[in-house]
Structures are given as C-alpha cells and as structure tokens.
Write a protein that binds this ligand. Structure first.
Ligand code: ASP
Length: 321
C-alpha cells in the first residue's frame, strides 16, 4: 500500500523486561512540544496535515482529530475506514465511530450505513442530543435530520473482494491478520494542553451483520481524561473490549505510569488473560497531559504516526515478545 511508504522511522530504544507486573520503560519518545497529534497506523501525510492545519489555526484538539479522521474516511483506497471499507458478510458497509473531548463529553455511532463521515456524526450526537450513542437506522435518521446525505460506500473494488471472499470461504469473518485491521484512532493535545480524540472504522472485514467492535465504544476504542491523558486502539475489537483498553490505559496513567508503560500494561493484560494472544493483533497509542506519546502492540506490525512542530513521522511500535 502506498500509504506505508511515507516517512518512516523506527523506534530507537529496545524493549526491556516484559514480565508481569513490571512494565518496560523502553520507549518514550520525546514529543513534549505541544500541540501533538498521534494516530494509529500510517494513513499517509494528508490526515495529519489536515489535523495540524486545524490545530494551528486555533482549532480545538477535537477539531483537529475530526479533520484528520475525515480525510481517512473519505479515502477510497483504504479498506478499513469509511468509503471503500470492506463490507460485512452480507455485503453491507457498516461504520462505527466515536469522539471524546476535553470536558469529558463524548458521542458515538454504531452500525451506520451510507453516511460518509461517522466521526462528524458522533460529534453531533455529543453536541446535539442528550445521548452518548446512536445506532443503526436511528443514527442514520439523525444524520439525515442534521443534513448529511446518504451515499453508497461500497466501492467496486471492495465489492469485488467481498464477492471473491464469498466464493472462497466457509462464511466466517476474514482472519484478522496484518492486512485486515486498520482503524484510525487520532488523539491530540493543543497548545493550551487540552486533549481530545476521535476513532473511526468499518470494522472487521466480513463480520456478521450487526457486529460492533471496540472503535465506537468510549472506554474501549477511545478514552480522554483532560487531567491525565488520552488513549485509542486498533486491532481485534473483541479483545480490546474485554479489557476496556483505552480506559485501562488512562487509568494506568492516572496511577503513575507513563503513556508508554500504560500501553504496555494493556497488552500485558490481554496476554495474561487470553493465551491465544499470538493469534490476533491489538494495538494502543496514548498521549499524556505533558504531550508525551506511548504506543505498543501485542504482535509485530503496528505503526503509528506523530505530528509535532509541524513534522510528521511514522514509527514502528514496540510489541510483546
Ligand atoms: N478495532 C476494529 C474493530 O474491531 C478493527 C481494526 O482496528 O481494524 O472493529
């Protein structure tokens, strides 16, 4: 994929001991100049440029995260977020997203069809309804009331892939390998030190119709506490939900761990409880109140992107071995 070819830099420090309960202090990049924008994977330069433009023009951290995530949602070439996302096993592209801001307010949409920007819709749920979540047809109805237009999100390429999968498999979701998970989670801290985040996905390719993962769930896919930090996730949502991943990380930070240590602790929580942890991926990024970044994954292959001082770099995350 061409988005993997953009600026790349390996993390510099080696992993230390990972035995429970000790957490390696291995990887703590010095990104302390605010604003800082961090996102999962390498979705190319454009999302971080959009986020950086928003935050540099005195947009809030939430404005920046949504601006960045919307670029990924509108990009047909990725098959894991927004238009072009692989459908569920019945051929429907169903989207999940959530947002959380510095005031501790949040919104999410689950299982939304034909709406290009579920991230923006999640913000509207937060700002314009008394609720936190809207799902399915109710979310679509709300979107239309807010002026969103329906559009087909199943591209020819994704449809062809799904049709091939229908012939080849025993009607099971596609295994979650490196090519089959790529949620965008973006967290940011602005110049004033305010934190927010946004997470958006089309979920597990060829999932059962109605399946929802971690990504729109506050506490699993995203959590922000403006006094402490923010965290977001990608990977096999079922396991991230089981440990309330993003909330766990922020609470670890509250208890004194650095963002890096907290991400490692979340992976260790998964590996200590689920012995099949080598068979799937779970990945976390975190941002502390001081602008410090952490990232870690269960298994090899996770990358994350950081912008600070206007410079965007992609890092290979450390992982559990
Ligand atoms: N976490 C997402 C889900 O389980 C998938 C991903 O990150 O690719 O829906």
């Amino acid at each position: 994929m061409n988005r993997r070819s953009f600026v790349r830099k390996s993390s510099l420090l080696a992993a230390g001991s990972l035995a429970l309960p000790q957490i390696s202090k291995s990887h703590n990049p010095p990104f302390s100049a605010m604003p800082v924008i961090v996102s999962t994977w390498d979705f190319g330069k454009a999302p971080h440029e959009a986020a950086w433009n928003a935050i540099s023009k005195k947009g809030s951290a939430l404005d920046a995260c949504i601006a960045g995530v919307k670029v990924v949602e509108a990009d047909e070439t990725n098959h894991s977020v927004g238009i072009g996302g692989y459908p569920d096993r019945d051929g429907h592209v169903t989207l999940d997203a959530c947002v959380m801001n510095e005031q501790g307010n949040c919104g999410g949409v689950f299982f939304v069809e034909e709406i290009l920007h579920p991230s923006e819709l999640a913000r509207m749920v937060m700002e314009k309804t008394p609720h936190v979540y809207l799902a399915g047809q109710g979310a679509v109805q709300f979107a239309l009331e807010q002026g969103f237009k329906k559009q087909n999100l199943l591209t020819t390429e994704a449809k062809e892939e799904w049709e091939k999968w229908c012939k080849q498999t025993n009607y099971k979701p596609r295994p979650m390998d490196e090519k089959n998970h790529d949620t965008v989670g973006m967290i940011a801290i602005d110049k004033l030190g305010n934190l927010s985040g946004c997470c958006s996905t089309s979920g597990w390719a060829y999932k059962m119709h109605g399946r929802v993962g971690d990504s729109p769930n506050i506490g699993s896919g995203l959590f922000v506490d403006n006094e402490i930090g923010a965290a977001t996730s990608t990977g096999l949502g079922e396991y991230i939900i089981k440990i309330c991943g993003a909330h766990l990380i922020v609470e670890s930070m509250r208890n004194g761990r650095t963002p890096q240590e907290a991400c490692e602790a979340a992976c260790l929580r998964i590996s200590s409880k689920y012995k099949n942890y080598k068979d799937f991926q779970a990945c976390f990024i975190a941002l502390g109140k001081d602008g410090t970044v952490g990232a870690y994954s269960l298994n090899k292959g996770f990358q994350y992107t950081v912008t600070t001082n206007g410079e965007t770099l992609v890092y290979d995350a450390e992982y559990l071995e």
